[in-house]
Design a protein around this ligand. Structure first.
Ligand code: GP9
Ligand code: MN
Length: 715
């Protein structure tokens, strides 16, 4: 035993021994931080394994620098690297406590005024235990100072140091490929900074963020006000006067924007097994006081939901790869709907059952001027409340009531649902009268069930609006953000929709998603104009009586006459009422027939549509990449200062309490008596007593969501 002890002792007295000790201590400390200071949402054994592995490559590489040094310098540099990386970890621990996200270079550069929050945050929230982050550094210094370990100043071969570096790089390669196996598109799509840390570690996240920031700032630095000229020119030449019959019909009303996750237009009026899949939404679709669109397309790219949000609230297109919200949301200047409505005295809030950091919403929404960002941490989430990406829709709506009733009116409230998300898992207790479909494609077969669930949640919410009288002074807008069944499932779609030879043309047509505006007294009807998500902002602003002509928008009012009806997709494809282009193939939009030899008129129309599509995409990219809106000052529009916003629950609670003094919220109007108890939901998770115990919702929900084999369901 003694022998083993002395062997270890003499090994620790070697340079390699000290190097390994430093790494092991740093590694253990990092894992402690991951598990106690961050909420990375590790799901399953594989992710757990990656979490354990991921601090190693960067630590070996960085600490390995010390091996290139000679004598004492080697020890000093290992300790310095240890200290610096620990300080970075420490700063992130504090930042995370406030923002549930990691520090970005964009914030540190001060290009965003969110950085103001940084110092205030850090000062107030240190806990004594946080200093344990430096424990390993202290241990290393002490063991050397008290000579418990002696410095080994014998030279080390450069080749050995290089071997260690190469090993670190290879280990990183393995880590990266395993991460991609679990989450494809991790670095190109940047879903959430939490994901990058979970899969690749904090140091890799830092490098990744640094490279991304350097790239975007280089383009931004080159851009100048004159770059806006061509953008302004195109927008001015293509602006269409909005439909005056609808101007201001919803002036001063509350606005509810109901984001229907992955909801395609074909679901409307769709029957399965003799039953309507979405009876509530069907009713709204056909109501006299609903304006609905049946040729409205999603135009999202890789940014999926975030692209939809960007288009809807900014009338800008998503970028070619990745997400604008993730890449530019923390730093760019926007002129988004919430900030515009702020001028008209609106209170603005977004609600969602996922983490606040997904798609970088926690930073982007500040730049967009959202007063409140009510995300997962605002809700009471019990073990069986979550499925897939977050809290189930029925519970999201029901638990949002407590915040909605406190919002000073008029308000603009965006409710982002998520249960109807790929791969469409639904726990048994929530499955009602729609059976799974039988296409044989697992991910498609749950789609109608989750869509049905979403429809029920919407029904419950609308009933509450009616009960509380909120419906009378609210405009409710519904939209589907993007496809639910992607082009990879054509076979299943052919079966589901009973279309023979379902092909790329059909897939393009299936990019239709709902868009509906519902308000008592609204002159409704089903409108057949061809348009897309880019057109929502001008349409909505016109209904609200806001003159939007001063804003730079790529869309136009869907209710206007003489609109150009070319719907541009991010891929460069397009749909018009006559032509559909997929890759190099041209189809007749109404018949689906492949046009091999276009007539001169068709050729001309095709060229015009190609030209328009490439122009809007490249001009919009120019605005985003160059952050050109910083050079644009619409008259009487107050630029957003992101530093004015604080999305911490405690701050929001305080602010809402203060806001009651205005006397305009539903709660204040009701003399302080809450209307939350008027919310009726049949959510099984809330059922008390024997019923609920018998079928143990928590176990079935958990089982369903974790047993799903799909990659993109993993967080
Ligand atoms: C997550 C949710 C899903 O918060 O909005 O985003 P998606 O995967 O649809 O882009
Ligand atoms: Mn989505």
């Amino acid at each position: 035993m003694k022998q083993v002890g002395s062997r270890i002792q003499s090994w620790l007295n070697s340079r390699l021994g000290f190097f390994v000790l430093a790494i092991v201590l740093f590694w253990a400390k990092t894992l402690w931080v991951y598990n106690t200071r961050f909420a990375l949402g590790v799901d399953g054994r594989f992710q757990q394994m990656l979490l354990v592995l991921n601090p190693l490559p960067a630590t070996i590489l960085l600490f390995g620098i010390g091996l290139y040094m000679t004598g004492r310098k080697s020890y000093v540099s290992i300790i310095i690297v240890d200290l610096l990386t620990s300080m970075w970890l420490f700063a992130n621990v504090l930042y995370y406590r406030e923002f549930s996200d990691f520090i970005t270079f964009a914030l540190m550069k001060g290009s965003s005024s969110v950085s103001n929050n940084l110092s205030t945050a850090i000062a107030g929230i240190i806990k004594p235990g946080d200093f344990l982050v430096f424990l390993d550094v202290a241990i290393l210094i002490l063991v050397l100072a008290f000579k418990l370990i002696r410095m080994d100043i014998r030279p080390i071969k450069k080749r050995f140091a290089m071997l260690v570096s190469v090993f670190a790089v290879v280990l990183f390669g393995a880590n990266l490929s395993m991460a991609y196996h679990d989450r494809s598109g991790l670095l190109t799509r940047t879903f959430d900074n939490n994901y990058i840390v979970k899969y690749l570690g904090l140091d890799v996240y830092t490098v990744y963020d640094g490279v991304k920031t350097a790239q975007t700032s280089a383009v931004r630095a080159k851009a100048s006000a004159s770059d806006l000229k061509s953008v302004k020119k195109w927008i001015n030449n293509n602006r269409i006067a909005p439909n005056v019959q609808y101007t201001g019909v919803a002036k001063g009303k509350n606005v509810f924007v109901i984001h229907l996750e992955s909801f395609q237009q074909f679901l409307i009026d769709f029957k399965y097994d003799g039953k309507e899949v979405t009876p509530n939404l069907n009713k709204i679709y056909h109501a006299n006081d609903t304006i609905a669109f049946d040729n409205f397309f999603n135009q999202v790219g890789q940014g999926k939901t975030s692209d939809a949000e960007l288009m809807l609230e900014n009338s800008l297109y998503g970028i070619d790869g990745g997400s604008v919200m993730s890449n530019y949301g923390s730093s760019n200047t926007f002129e988004a709907v919430p900030s515009i409505l702020d001028e008209d005295g609106y209170t603005t809030a977004a609600f969602h059952g996922d983490k606040g950091s997904f798609w970088n919403r926690d930073n982007t929404y500040k730049q967009w001027g959202y007063d409140y960002w009510i995300s997962k941490s605002y809700y009471d989430v019990k073990s069986d409340y979550d499925i897939g990406y977050g809290m189930k829709d029925k519970l999201l709506f029901q638990q949002s009531a407590q915040y909605i009733e406190q919002l000073p009116q008029p308000f603009y409230a965006k409710m982002i649902t998520l249960t109807n998300h790929y791969p469409y898992p639904l726990d048994k207790k929530n499955v009602t009268d729609i059976p799974k479909t039988d296409t044989g494609d697992k991910t498609v077969d749950g789609y109608l069930q989750t869509a049905h669930y979403l429809d029920q949640s919407v029904g419950e919410f609308m009933a509450w609006l009616k009960k509380t009288g909120l419906d009378k002074n609210s405009l409710v807008m519904f939209y589907g953000d993007h496809y639910g069944v992607s082009g990879n499932h054509n076979k299943a779609m052919a079966k589901l929709m009973n279309i023979k030879g379902y092909n790329e043309y059909n897939d393009a047509q299936q990019q239709r998603v709902p868009l509906m505006f519902n308000m008592p007294g609204l002159k409704g009807g089903i409108n057949h104009t061809y348009g897309g998500e880019i057109d929502v902002m001008p349409t909505l602003l016109n209904l609200l009586g806001v003159d939007s002509s001063k804003y730079l928008m790529f869309g136009n009012d869907l209710l206007a006459a003489n609109r150009n009806q070319t719907v541009a997709f991010r891929s460069g494809n397009f749909v018009t009422p006559q032509l559909t282009r997929v890759g190099s193939h041209l189809y007749n939009t109404t018949t689906g027939e492949l046009i091999k030899k276009p007539t001169p008129a068709q050729k001309k129309a095709e060229d015009e549509a190609i030209n328009r599509t490439t122009t809007v995409l490249s001009l919009s990219d120019r605005v985003v990449n160059g952050d050109l809106l910083r050079f644009y000052k619409p008259k009487n529009y107050k630029k957003v200062d992101a530093g004015d916003y604080n999305y911490k629950l405690s701050a929001a609670k305080k602010e809402l309490k203060k806001a009651q003094k205005k006397g305009t919220s539903l709660l204040a109007k009701n003399k302080g008596k809450s209307v939350v108890d008027q919310y009726v939901t049949d959510a099984p998770e809330l059922k008390k007593g024997k019923d609920a115990d018998d079928s143990s919702p928590s176990s079935s929900a958990k089982k369903d969501s974790s047993s799903s084999s799909s990659k993109s369901s993993k967080k």
